[in-house]
Design a protein around this ligand. Structure first.
Ligand SMILES: O[C@H]1[C@H](O)[C@@H](O)[C@H](O)[C@@H](O)[C@H]1O
Length: 629
């Protein structure tokens, strides 16, 4: 059968289905008639139409859109790589450059702080120069930053490199999801934008492998770790010299001929008239909320104000659910479970990032099947429960904390706080102390709380645990953790957390933000939401250790768990389903009072029909139905 015949056949089938629905509408006499009631008579025709729809969707998805998404998502890969690689690089850097704790902290957080600011600036750049130029700019910053980092003669140059990379990160994090969303056909949009988060997870996984591999290279290993990001950055830069601008941005800028050309390039041989017209009409009719700066117009126009609240709220709850603390803390959790070899701990931390990657893949598969709302809600429940399990694991460990049985005399006679502690728990919560102990089978002998070596937390300042290469005779040094028999509970919590967080709460805030704003507000909305993400990222990572000191570890994880629960209620009440809708239709979802979405949950069961009109992918909404009579 020729392609033309298949198309024709599908048109007829769609139209006859549609007529059936219209007939039902007349009989029901109500709006809800487009919600398909599965009657036995319709089952076989449903099967046929599903097959036809599948065929149709395959037809309308030329490979070019995948190439475009993959090159854009290299920005996500760099996001994951550059945020992930620093922990391993820091282990080598602090020794080689003799970095103080303050410098270590500055080098780690400067990138995130720069990303928060440049994400906000990115909104302005996106509106002015377009998505393509911003992605080129981001990959340029990644490349230059990588070169500066790998050739840095000292810590000041390292700081400059980390700041440059941060600027790239902020711009990429807000531009890439928007660009992919604007180029994708509606039925694939969620999946393709979620691929960007898959690339973030892939970047974090690759970073942990590279950290593991180069940790053996004691001299200059960090130069390779930090410098390798130049390769994907260059690849993206070169790729984007040839890739097109977002057709929606071009239409908005009045570059209509170019927009048509780009759209037909992205859609292969499809007829793009319908899609072009619908974007153009919605831009022409767009109510951009009057005059003044975009952010002001967004805040004074109720639908965009609500969308902004939902978008920023999602990003805030993503970070408040503690993802970066859990990722950062995974090596310690593994050490608690008895992994004492540092290198093994580094490799096993790679296993954590791999688990994260695998479950993000599940998210890519689920997003167009169950929809954004259900996926996010399910993920938040799982996140809340697994964080509670993690907290219970820490609580049990604290309740059964081993006692300090041996109080060695401080050779410096300095008044160290460490000698005051009677249990391991308060000793390990004090950043200046660590727990030094001997193990005989499962029994702990001669355990003491002693000051940590200021130059390296891997050993004590003095005594039996002060030289890691001499620690024999089953003598161990535990910094930041206590030996416990409940580590399996914590480990289980960690795996379940990743399984729950990675498919939903990790990608959905990015995916949803890329689709909930009308075109005039899209760059600014995404810039604000990305800015909120980075700001809460830095806030949560910087406060974690202090939080643990005040509330202990289990207190901190219970707090994250309650944040996830709050996030659940927020999403339940405020997030409408955007699956399958054209970007131009989504604004209407925010026309009702904020946080009344839970009430319209039943709409999710609605089966959406795609019909081919003049060769385009057309989503039939309740409002459009009368036009196709
Ligand atoms: O969605 C991403 C992802 O979950 C990353 O693992 C995390 O490090 C980022 O902060 C987050 O925005």
């Amino acid at each position: 059968m020729s392609r033309k015949q298949v198309d024709h056949d599908y048109n007829l089938r769609s139209m006859s289905n549609l007529m059936g629905e219209r007939w039902k509408k007349v009989n029901d006499g109500g709006e809800r008639s487009l919600i398909k009631a599965p009657s036995s008579a319709s089952i076989s025709s449903q099967g046929a139409s599903r097959a036809a729809r599948k065929q149709f969707q395959q037809d309308v998805t030329p490979g070019f859109v995948y190439v475009l998404a993959a090159f854009s998502a290299l920005g996500g890969f760099l996001f994951g790589y550059d945020t992930g690689v620093i922990s391993g690089a820091m282990l080598l850097l602090k020794r080689e450059l003799d970095l103080s704790a303050l410098w270590q902290e500055v080098l780690i957080s400067s990138t995130v702080a720069a990303a928060a600011l440049s994400a906000l600036l990115g909104g302005f750049l996106n509106g002015l120069f377009g998505r393509r130029v911003c992605i080129l700019l981001a990959s340029f910053f990644f490349t230059v930053g990588g070169i500066v980092l790998s050739t840095a003669p000292g810590k000041e140059a390292l700081l400059a490199g980390r700041l440059i990379v941060g600027v790239g990160l902020g711009i990429a994090s807000m531009t890439v999801p928007v660009y992919i969303a604007e180029a994708s056909p509606p039925h694939l949009r969620g999946q393709l934008v979620t691929v960007n988060t898959l690339f973030i997870a892939g970047g974090q996984f690759t970073a942990s492998l590279i950290d593991g591999a180069f940790s053996y290279l004691q001299r200059d290993g960090w130069r390779y770790m930090l410098g390798l990001s130049v390769l994907p950055a260059l690849l993206q830069f070169i790729g984007f010299l040839f890739l097109p601008e977002s057709p929606r941005w071009l239409i908005q800028r009045g570059l209509t001929q170019k927009a048509r050309r780009v759209l037909s390039q992205i859609r292969g041989n499809q007829n793009i008239d319908e899609e072009y017209d619908s974007v153009k009409n919605s831009i022409d009719e767009e109510d951009s909320g009057g005059d003044g700066p975009v952010i002001w117009r967004m805040l004074t126009y109720p639908p965009t104000r609500r969308a902004l609240l939902v978008g920023c709220g999602l990003q805030m709850f993503q970070q408040l659910s503690g993802i970066n603390t859990v990722m950062y803390y995974s090596a310690t959790i593994l050490q608690m479970s008895g992994v004492r070899d540092d290198r093994l701990a580094i490799w096993l931390a790679g296993l954590t990032t791999f688990t994260n990657f695998l479950f993000t893949l599940l998210g890519v598969w689920l997003v167009e099947r169950v929809g954004r709302r259900k996926l996010t809600l399910g993920s938040l429940i799982g996140t809340c429960l697994s964080l509670s399990l993690l907290a219970i694991g820490f609580l049990m460990s604290a309740e059964h904390s081993p006692p300090v049985t041996f109080h060695p005399l401080d050779p410096s006679m300095a008044n160290s706080t460490c000698s005051k502690y009677q249990l391991c728990e308060p000793c390990m919560l004090d950043p200046g102390c660590g727990f030094c102990y001997r193990e005989n089978g499962s029994a702990l002998l001669t355990s003491s709380c002693v000051p940590v070596n200021k130059a390296s937390t891997e050993q004590a300042a003095w005594g039996r645990c002060s030289n890691s290469s001499l620690m024999r005779d089953q003598t161990y040094w535990a910094y930041n953790y206590c030996p416990t028999s409940f580590s399996w509970l914590v480990l289980l919590g960690l795996v379940l957390y990743l399984a729950a967080f990675a498919p939903g709460m990790s990608p959905m805030p990015w995916t949803i933000n890329s689709e909930i704003y009308p075109l005039w507000a899209r760059s600014t909305g995404n810039a604000c939401a990305a800015g909120v993400n980075w700001t809460f990222n830095i806030l949560v990572s910087l406060t974690f250790l202090h939080l643990a000191q005040v509330f202990t570890y289990y207190g901190a994880f219970f707090l994250y768990s309650s944040m996830a629960l709050l996030g659940f209620f927020f999403v339940y009440g405020c997030l409408p389903e955007t699956k399958g809708r054209r970007l131009e239709e989504i604004e209407a979802l925010f026309e009702n009072q904020l946080c009344s979405c839970g009430a319209s949950d039943s709409d999710e069961g609605r089966q959406v029909e795609y019909i081919r009109v003049k060769g385009s992918n057309y989503h039939l909404s309740d409002n459009d139905a009368s036009d196709v009579d």
